[in-house]
Design a protein around this ligand. Structure first.
Ligand code: SF4
Length: 485
C-alpha cells in the first residue's frame, strides 16, 4: 500500500495557492492523463537497462551524480541565496528578482558569513551552494561566503555555485577556484545555450555542471549540444522539471503547456522532455551523467530532509522521526500496575530508560519505536500524535519551541506544530501500523520478551479509518514519479 495525500486535497491546495490564475491552467483530461502516463511508462521502460533510479525511484542516473546532488538527496545540503537579483530574464524563473533581500536561507537572513557558517555547523550540513538570483552580480560578497566556509570546514564541506554565466570571466573563475569552490553550475538556457563560459570554467573549477530546466521547445538544441558538453569537460548535466509559481505562470501558460496538479503545479511536457533527453544520451552512448531532478523528488526529499533535521533538534528522547520527517509520539493508556509491569519488561530487555516516559496525569506511557518492538503484544491500546517541525527567525509564541544558539549574537528557533492529534488505533490498525512502520527483521535481542509477530494482516479499505491515509502520509515517502492529473 502506498498512499500520499489524496488528489482532491492537492487540487484544492493548488486552487487556493494559485487563486485567480488557477482557471487559466490547462490540466490534462482523464484520457490525456492516461495517454501521457503510458508514454512516460514506455520511456521509463526503455531507460531501465541504462540508468539506476534512486531516492524511492524519483531520481534517475544516480550512480554518477555530482557530490552536491548526492548531499541534497541525503539531506545534508543548504542553499544560500546571496542577492535575489539577476541580469537575465528567463521565462521560467520562479521569482521576481527584486534585489531587496539580504543573503539568507530557509526564511533566515545571514548578512554575516560567520553567522551562516555557525548555522551550517549547528545543523550539520555537509554541502552548501551559493545561489542568487545571480551570485556573480555580487561577486565580492559571494567570494567572501565561500572563503569563510572553506576556512571553517576545510574539505569536509562541498561547495558549489549557480550562475547564468553572463558576467563570468576567467579572472572571476580563478578567484572562485582560489576561494575553494568545488563545483560551478551554469544555467546555459539563460544565455541561448552558449557553452563559451562553461568551456572557460573547465580546467579552472574542479567540477563543471550544466543545470537547466527541461524546456520542451529546446529538446533538439540540447540533444545536439550533448557531445560538445562532453568534449569541453562538462562533468554533469542536471535537468529540472519546470515548476509553476505565480510569477512565471503567465509566461508558461502562453507557451501552451499542459499543467499537472500536485504539491505544486508543474509542467507535464518538461518531465517527458527530460526523460527523452536522458534516453537519447543513453541510446547514443554519450558519456555524460544526466540527472533528472523531478519536482516530486525535490518536494519529497528536500522537504523531508529539512523536517528531519529540525525535528532532531526539538523531539523528545522517547519520540521518533518518521521517514517523511514528522515527529511521531506513541503512547498507551494503562493503570499504574500495568505500567509498572510494562516498564519492568523494558528494563529486562535492556531498553535504555530515555526511550520511555510515564505521565501519571494522563495515565499514559509514552515510548519510542524501540520500546514498541518489545511491548507490542502486551498492549491493548495505542495512541499516536504527529508534529511537524519548523525553523524560524523568532518565536511565534503559538507553539512549543526551542532556541538554538548559533553563537553569542544569534539564535534561531525550532517550533513544533501538531498535524494529527491523539489518534487511537483500533486493533486492526494497531497490527497494520506495527507491521508497516515498526517491524524490522532480525533484532533478536529486542524480541526477548515477546513472541515473533504474526504474518501481516490483509486489509481491505473498509477496515481502515479515514485517518489511516494521513498516518501513512506522515510516516512514509511515497515511491515513484508523481501521478498525472
Ligand atoms: S538566471 Fe536564474 S535567477 Fe536569473 S532569471 Fe534565469 S532563472 Fe531567474
Amino acid at each position: 500500500m502506498n498512499l500520499e495525500i489524496d488528489k482532491k486535497k492537492y487540487i484544492d491546495l493548488n486552487r487556493s495557492e494559485y487563486g485567480d490564475l488557477y482557471p487559466t491552467f490547462r490540466f490534462p483530461t482523464e484520457a490525456e492523463s492516461r495517454d501521457y502516463g503510458a508514454e512516460r511508462e514506455q520511456l521509463l521502460g526503455r531507460l531501465s537497462p541504462h540508468v539506476r533510479w534512486d531516492y524511492q525511484r524519483t531520481k534517475a542516473d544516480t550512480t554518477r551524480m555530482s557530490p552536491g546532488c548526492r548531499l541534497c538527496g541525503d539531506g545534508y545540503w543548504s542553499c544560500l541565496f546571496v542577492n535575489n537579483r539577476c541580469n537575465a530574464a528567463c521565462f521560467y524563473c520562479p521569482a521576481r528578482q527584486t534585489g531587496q533581500a539580504l543573503p539568507g536561507t530557509s526564511s533566515l537572513d545571514f548578512p554575516e558569513p560567520e553567522d551562516y557558517a555557525d548555522y551550517v555547523q549547528a545543523l550539520g550540513f555537509r554541502g552548501v551552494s551559493i545561489s542568487g538570483g545571480e551570485p556573480l552580480l555580487d561577486f565580492a560578497k559571494s567570494v567572501r561566503f565561500i572563503e569563510v566556509l572553506r576556512k571553517r570546514f576545510g574539505k569536509e564541506l562541498y561547495l558549489w555555485l549557480y550562475s547564468n554565466g553572463i558576467c563570468a570571466d576567467k579572472e572571476k573563475l580563478q578567484i572562485l577556484a582560489g576561494a575553494g569552490l568545488d563545483e560551478i553550475r551554469f544555467d546555459i538556457s539563460a544565455t541561448a545555450y552558449s557553452l563559451a563560459k562553461v568551456a572557460w570554467a573547465a580546467g579552472i573549477i574542479p567540477h563543471i555542471t550544466v543545470e537547466i530546466p527541461a524546456i520542451p521547445e529546446d529538446v533538439e538544441i540540447v540533444q545536439n549540444l550533448l557531445p560538445q558538453m562532453v568534449n569541453i569537460g562538462v562533468n554533469y548535466l542536471n535537468l529540472h522539471q519546470i515548476r509553476v509559481t505565480r510569477h512565471n505562470a503567465p509566461q508558461l501558460i502562453a507557451r501552451g503547456y499542459t499543467f499537472l496538479h500536485g504539491p505544486k503545479i508543474t509542467v507535464l511536457e518538461s518531465e517527458l522532455t527530460a526523460l527523452r533527453l536522458l534516453l537519447h544520451a543513453r541510446e547514443k552512448r554519450i558519456a555524460l551523467p544526466i540527472n533528472y531532478c523531478s519536482f516530486i523528488y525535490r518536494h519529497r526529499f528536500q522537504t523531508g530532509a529539512a523536517r528531519r533535521r529540525h525535528a532532531a533538534l526539538i523531539k523528545q528522547s522517547y519520540e521518533d522521526i518518521t521517514e517523511a520527517g514528522l515527529i511521531r509520539t506513541m503512547g498507551s493508556m494503562a493503570v499504574p500496575d500495568r505500567i509498572q509491569y510494562l516498564t519492568d519488561q523494558l528494563s529486562a530487555a535492556n531498553i535504555a530508560p530515555e526511550n520511555w516516559y510515564y505521565s501519571p496525569a494522563k495515565s499514559t506511557l509514552y515510548f519510542s519505536q524501540a520500546v514498541l518492538k518489545v511491548i507490542f503484544p502486551l498492549l491493548d491500546n495505542l495512541h499516536l500524535d504527529y508534529h511537524v517541525s519548523l525553523l524560524l527567525p523568532s518565536v511565534s509564541y503559538r507553539r512549543s519551541f526551542r532556541e538554538i544558539a548559533l553563537n553569542e549574537r544569534r539564535v534561531v528557533i525550532v517550533e513544533r506544530a501538531p498535524v494529527l492529534a491523539d489518534i487511537e488505533l483500533n486493533p486492526v490498525e494497531m497490527r497494520l501500523f506495527y507491521d508497516t512502520f515498526v517491524k524490522i527483521p532480525a533484532r533478536r535481542d529486542l524480541y526477548r520478551v515477546i513472541e515473533e509477530p504474526e504474518e501481516p494482516h490483509v486489509l481491505s479499505a473498509q477496515d481502515l479509518a479515514e485517518h489511516w491515509r494521513d498516518i501513512y502520509f506522515y510516516e512514509k515517502i511515497k515511491t515513484g514519479l508523481y501521478e498525472y492529473y
